[in-house]
Ligand binder design. Structure first.
Ligand code: F6P
Length: 359
């Protein structure tokens, strides 16, 4: 008879919409195989610090609205890890997994979490399967990560709202969105919301050409505009704004919208600018049907993989289906950036948006 498996699941990195739908799918699929599922609290902290977990059952999710809500039922953390403490934290991690008697661990995370946790597991017998999630959509290999679609909708709604007030006040309104070093969120939502300008980290830009676009708009008889800017863009001369750092010294983005606003206003006075920084609202919209369906597919596939005895893989969506790819391949790829020559940018340019200086 097959041994009754005991698996763990944790959510790691910045939260996003759809995490609870993933947890629910894993619990449903695994419980139906007779397995026990432990939910690990607060990302890897639940294993590396004070052991913190709970047994999850189908009723946790069927008797509550959790699968329909954003946030993470289990909690998450986005603090990175200092490489010099990797060995020590890895040891604590392995000890935690052993203490709970886990046969396998499902990690719901982005590129950073996949890197960190696969490092923890390297050289141990811990069986890990990854599920990609992030509003940045920059997890390698997969075309979609859970949470991205909802975040695009949140940003698009914001563009729609800004367009209306910009119209009333004859302003150029700037929307700063998240995404770190990848412009997917900015470009997808700018295209959906028909923004006039969209600046992403992958494409350099010229303030004078933003102003040229604004002048064209004015000459066409329209006196308002919406500019979408990704938090990770640099200043015109290619430097990053100095700013806050997180606990492991990585830059915390934010503020570039105000830089742009000042630069535009100092050179062009016909449109007043104002800045909206959307912030963490982007991580917290009601999970879209696409994200929920993706969550169910990824969760079910992760359990199927473990049932087949496979591990050290991440589930990806590629070529219209869920597939498993080796974690090492994912980690090696780094981060998936927006393709400056891809269909999103091409369509943006073709429909009249200024997206920077595409070479
Ligand atoms: O990676 C997801 C993300 O939301 C980024 O888009 C953003 O830069 C970052 O997390 C913000 O992190 P924190 O919530 O730790 O400030």
């Amino acid at each position: 008879m097959e041994k009754r498996k005991k698996i763990g699941i944790l959510t790691s990195g910045g939260d996003c919409s759809g995490l609870n739908a993933v947890i629910s799918a894993v619990v449903n699929a695994a419980s139906r195989k007779g397995w026990t599922v432990y939910g690990i609290h607060n990302g890897t902290d639940g294993l590396t610090e004070e052991l913190s977990y709970e047994e999850l059952t189908i009723r946790n999710f069927s008797d509550t609205p959790w699968p329909r809500l954003s946030g993470s039922y289990l909690g998450s953390l986005n603090k990175g890890i200092k490489m010099e403490s990797l060995e020590e934290v890895s040891k604590r991690f392995a000890k935690g997994v052993k203490k709970l008697g886990l046969d396998a661990l499902i990690v719901v995370g982005g590129d950073g979490s996949m890197n960190i946790v696969s490092n923890f597991c390297r050289g141990t017998d811990i069986k890990m399967v990854g599920i990609p999630k992030t509003i940045d959509n920059d997890t390698p290999v997969t075309e979609f990560s859970v949470g991205f679609d909802t975040a695009v909708s949140v940003c698009t709604e914001a563009i729609d709202s800004l367009e209306l007030t910009a119209r009333s006040h004859h302003r150029a309104l700037i929307l700063e969105v998240m995404g770190r070093d990848a412009g997917h969120l900015a470009m997808h939502s700018a295209l959906a919301g028909q923004a006039d300008v969209c600046l992403v980290p992958e494409i350099p830009y010229k303030i004078d050409n933003i102003i040229k676009k604004l002048k064209e708009i004015k000459a066409s008889g329209r006196s308002h505009a919406v500019i979408v800017v990704s938090e990770g863009i640099r200043t015109e001369n290619g430097s990053h704004l100095s700013g806050a750092k997180n606990l492991v010294g990585e830059k915390v983005y934010g503020g570039i919208g105000h830089y742009l606003s000042e630069e535009i206003n100092s050179r062009y006075k016909d449109f007043q600018t104002r800045v909206t920084t959307l912030g963490h609202i982007q991580r917290s919209g009601t999970p879209s049907s696409f994200d929920r369906a993706m969550a169910a597919i990824f969760g079910a596939k992760a359990v199927e993989l473990l049932a087949e005895g496979q591990h050290n893989q991440m589930i990806v969506w590629k070529d219209g289906r869920a597939q498993a790819v080796p974690l090492d391949e994912v980690v090696k790829e780094g981060t998936t950036l927006l393709n400056p020559h891809g269909d999103y940018v091409k369509a943006a340019i073709a429909t009249g948006m200024y997206v920077g200086e595409v070479k």
